[in-house]
Design a protein around this ligand. Structure first.
Ligand SMILES: O=C(O)c1ccccc1NCC(=O)[C@H](O)[C@H](O)COP(=O)(O)O
Length: 261
């Protein structure tokens, strides 16, 4: 079993237990009390029209790097990312592998006006309702983790809640499968989630295969303005960045430098 399969197997057990604790009608009640989704894809599109679009990730730890940020303060990081010019946030909520928590998403979204992606491993449409009940504006579909029918069900659930969907691919076959979904917000993950090898050339190679009119996001392993400029040469002007920003003492200044050089 590779790491992605292991994470998804753990997630299926976690979701089965959570579904016993909280019914869909309970989640629907919480969703009605939520503020409406903030337009995630629209915010990214506006930002990349201007210069670069940044989805700044609030990430405490990861399977590949272990602990990334000891003094972890989701609300303060959210404010710093917003001050530095990020268009959107991504907040890891997976606990076993990323030391994430749902409360981090709630705190980050309350601390600023940016749209927020719930960064987790979606294996069941129930998680979409749970994400919206927490306030999430967008969810992630990892093509490598799901078969076509489950991907379509999860996407439909998100669209029903007026949420945006970031569809993540890592190879040409996954890009072709992503094209069968309706979302045109497509992330190319430079990290192979089975081996953790990271290579920016992945985005360069896959960008030309994306469906027409896609908003492409280069994901993982991006650590400088030069990396952003390199990917922009392939027509990718939005980026999802976690570790390199989370390791900085001054997160707002590092975000500005990433975007503007
Ligand atoms: O980051 C990991 O080690 C990881 C391992 C297994 C599955 C997913 C993983 N990361 C999720 C991501 O895609 C990244 O958090 C995101 O793209 C930001 O990457 P980075 O800027 O390199 O932190």
């Amino acid at each position: 079993m590779n790491k992605l399969e292991e994470i998804c197997a753990t997630k299926r057990e976690e979701v089965a237990a959570r579904k016993q604790e909280r019914s869909l009608s309970d989640l629907e009640t919480a969703i009605r009390a939520q503020t409406p989704p903030r337009g995630f894809q629209a915010a990214l599109a506006r930002a990349q029209d201007d210069r670069f679009g940044l989805i700044a990730e609030i990430k405490k730890a990861s399977p590949s790097k272990g602990l990334i940020r000891a003094d972890f303060e989701p609300a303060a990081h959210a404010r710093a990312y917003a001050a530095g010019g990020a268009a959107c946030l991504s907040v890891l909520t997976d606990a076993p592998y990323f030391q994430g928590h749902e409360d981090y998403l709630i705190a980050a979204r309350e601390a600023c006006d940016l749209p927020v992606l719930r960064k987790d491993f979606m294996v069941d449409p129930w998680q979409v309702a749970e994400a919206r009940a927490l306030g999430a504006d967008a969810i992630l579909i990892i093509v490598a983790a799901l078969d076509d029918s489950v991907m379509a069900e999860i996407e439909a659930a998100a669209l029903d809640h007026s949420m945006d969907v970031l569809i993540e691919v890592h190879d040409a076959a996954e890009m072709d499968r992503a094209a069968r979904l309706s979302s045109r917000l497509i992330g190319v993950n430079n990290r192979d989630l089975k081996t953790f090898t990271t290579d920016l050339a992945t985005t360069e190679q896959l960008a030309p295969r994306a469906p027409a009119e896609s908003l492409l996001v280069g994901e993982s392993g991006i650590s400088s303005h030069a990396d952003c400029a390199r990917l922009a040469d392939s027509g990718v002007r939005s980026f999802l960045v976690g570790e390199s920003l989370m390791r900085q003492a001054d997160v707002a200044a590092a975000t500005r430098t990433l975007l503007h050089g």
